[in-house]
Design a protein around this ligand. Structure first.
Ligand code: GLN
Length: 211
């Protein structure tokens, strides 16, 4: 089967790091700025950055509705940090007019760890990933305040004042983390997402498997 083509929403944020991480996992990674580019991908990554800015730019570039429709129709999507905010159906501590792409039945709180705690790092257990704890880098990170029944919790903070807070989730083909695996050398989260995209691609085009 051909390599999966994975787009990285390239309006603002740490786009390059995601492109590199996806390529290391064997995907063909491409920046996405226009609806035509989105139409050609097998999966999409929404990077970390500033969610308020990214969503405004997405609307201006005519990408917000196509993104919503694509995720609704089952396009695999992965969001890190600001990307998690973008994939949430509901958000807290956001400007009242901040829109989202949605797709994850969760309520996400922006800048949830407090203004003083701009960034921190922590090791956490990540459901389904072999090889031990994931070293997670959080930068003005959100957390999942509430997750719907169909949402699988993959990771939580352990210890400290945020003990037990949800920081990694999956619902079907949609994955989100509060932290930034693109900024560490650990590629297991990207590998998980590329695998989800590969499987989805195989289901979409079963005949290709024999070619
Ligand atoms: N606080 C940012 C936001 O609300 C997210 C931070 C990040 O992506 N590193 O968009």
């Amino acid at each position: 089967m051909r390599a999966p083509v994975i787009g990285v929403l390239a309006l603002q944020g740490d786009v390059r790091e995601h492109l590199a991480a996806l390529r290391e996992q064997g995907a063909e990674a491409v920046p996405v700025r226009r609806p035509e580019e989105l139409a050609g991908v097998d999966g999409v990554v929404l990077p970390g950055g500033e969610s308020t800015t990214i969503v405004k730019l997405a609307a201006r570039f005519g990408l917000l509705e196509p993104l919503r429709a694509a995720v609704r129709d089952g396009l695999p999507a992965y969001g890190s940090c600001a990307g998690m905010i973008l994939l949430a159906d509901r958000i807290l501590d956001a400007p009242p007019d901040q829109e989202t792409v949605g797709g994850l039945d969760v309520t996400v709180r922006r800048n949830a760890f407090g203004r003083q705690v701009d960034s921190f790092e922590a090791d956490l257990a990540f459901e389904g990933l072999a090889g031990g704890a994931v070293h997670a880098v959080f930068i003005r990170a959100p957390w999942v305040e509430e997750a719907g029944e169909g949402v699988e919790v993959l990771g939580r903070v352990v210890g400290g004042t945020a003990d037990g807070r949800i920081v990694a989730v999956r619902q079907g083909n949609v994955v989100a983390t509060s932290f930034h695996p693109e900024l560490t050398g650990d590629r297991r989260v990207h590998a998980l997402f590329v695998e989800i995209v590969r499987r989805h691609l195989a289901e979409q085009s079963p005949s290709e498997e024999n070619s």
